[in-house]
Design a protein around this ligand. Sequence first.
Ligand SMILES: Cc1cc2nc3c(=O)[nH]c(=O)nc-3n(C[C@H](O)[C@H](O)[C@H](O)COP(=O)(O)OP(=O)(O)OC[C@H]3O[C@@H](n4cnc5c(N)ncnc54)[C@H](O)[C@@H]3O)c2cc1C
Length: 491
Amino acid sequence: MKTMNADVIVAAAGLSGLAASLSAVQQGLKVITFEKSKVTGGAANMGISPLAVGSKQQRMAGYNFTPEEFFLKHMHYVHWKADARLVMEYYRKTASTIEWLEDIGVEFIFDRCTKYTPVRMKQYAYTEQTRHAVAPAPGEQIGPRVASRMTKKMTEEIVNLGGEIIFEHAVNHVIMKDGKVAGVQVTGPDGEEFEAYAPVVILACGGFGDNPKMIKDKIGFDWGKDLYSFRIPGNVGDGLRMAWEVGGGKEPSIMELMYQIPDNLNHFALEGAFRQPILWVNKLGMRFLPEDVIGNTGTTGNAIAYQPFKTCFAIMDADTLKYYKKRGVDFPGVQGENVFNDFDEAAAAAKEEGYGYYFEADSIEELAEKTGIDLEGLQETIEEYNHCCDDHRDYLFDKYPDFLRPVRKPPFYCLQQFPGAYGTLGGVRVNYKMEVLDDNYKKIPGLYSVGTDAMNFCGDTYPFIFPGTTMAFCLNSGRIAGERAAEYLAQ
Ligand SMILES: Cc1cc2nc3c(=O)[nH]c(=O)nc-3n(C[C@H](O)[C@H](O)[C@H](O)COP(=O)(O)OP(=O)(O)OC[C@H]3O[C@@H](n4cnc5c(N)ncnc54)[C@H](O)[C@@H]3O)c2cc1C
């Protein structure tokens, strides 16, 4: 049986694993990183921007944010149900982490909104200006997947500094000896199993977004019925399982909730077209939010999950569609500003495919029949809503009046929305050094957990008001673990 030796073994080369590996190799440690898939970067390859507070980019744009101020905002947001020391440590590190990445050649572009953009009009409504988008390739726009440029640079730097990244190798178990971490058991691509030894193991396996059974058991959503979240292949909860197997304490997990339509990447323009402040109703036909809050996809995900049958419907009439085609979107969102240019094509493709979540109808009765929305409730709501539109005043929820457009002229267009998520958050109990703690809150010597596996600081809702939190936590927790591992090894 082959064996390997290192100072530090990192389980997985997603964002937090890369940060941990980079941080550890920069301390001069021998690092082996095992990655289950054929690529590094994990979920982060699909993303855009990490958060930072107090960065030079923010200062140049006139924001004098301090980590201490954000610490308090964060703690109040989660009702102080988080490890305050970890939260403070995290915010104090975020700005220097941007510079840490710039030092290896990653470039960032600060959020394009100005300080004076009204909150509802921000790309992420009702949020703080914390996003630092990874700069796209010359001539390209900031958009999904730009963050893969960051993970690529991190990967290159790890290898340049002598770190070893071994692909298609899954870490299965942590090996303990005399109460301390001693290594891991690994399976290679041909099924060959072997042991690799190191006094430090950093688990960074990306939560369990690709494990519907675990989602159902731990969080209660039924994937494919009331949840259509991203599933990063291989993120099946290995990091949590391995930590728990050797005595790691358990913390509650949550979905990193937002809202989504099924198979959204194949219906991207359609999704963007209906992420507008048009009429939104639940299955009873009732409005349930002022639709100008939907730019905050996190809390809107919560609102949808709170509705009967955990679903809702966004509806517009022929006049509103005509308006959007002529004038463009109210909210650009991640789908961009041009979604209505592609609307006819996207709608035709959805119909041709038999996509079951997009509806067109010539009457409200037909719309109710096709969607399953309660007809009486829908009729009542539309009458009330149209009255608000005529009066230019939303008597129910006080939506911004310019977004009040009646639902009168057929055909009617409708898209069904569901809770979605980027993945799961939390589960492994850690302290502010990212050391795994057992049921008695004692550390398991040599064992660290980082990234979404250990992201227990959100309370019950991902703090979408601080955009970029997940990537930032993954980067910073990984960086902290690498530094703390070096301290542990020097003892
Ligand atoms: C579409 C999308 C867009 C997003 N955009 C943003 C954004 O703009 N800003 C933001 O802050 N967040 C964003 N996120 C969230 C954020 O990118 C992720 O939550 C974050 O990258 C997770 O990092 P991680 O290290 O915990 O897991 P991942 O980066 O997913 O990495 C986990 C890795 O573990 C590997 N693995 C799993 N099990 C094993 C095992 N047993 N052995 C070896 N390897 C294993 C997997 O193959 C994977 O490579 C986005 C997420 C998605 C899906």
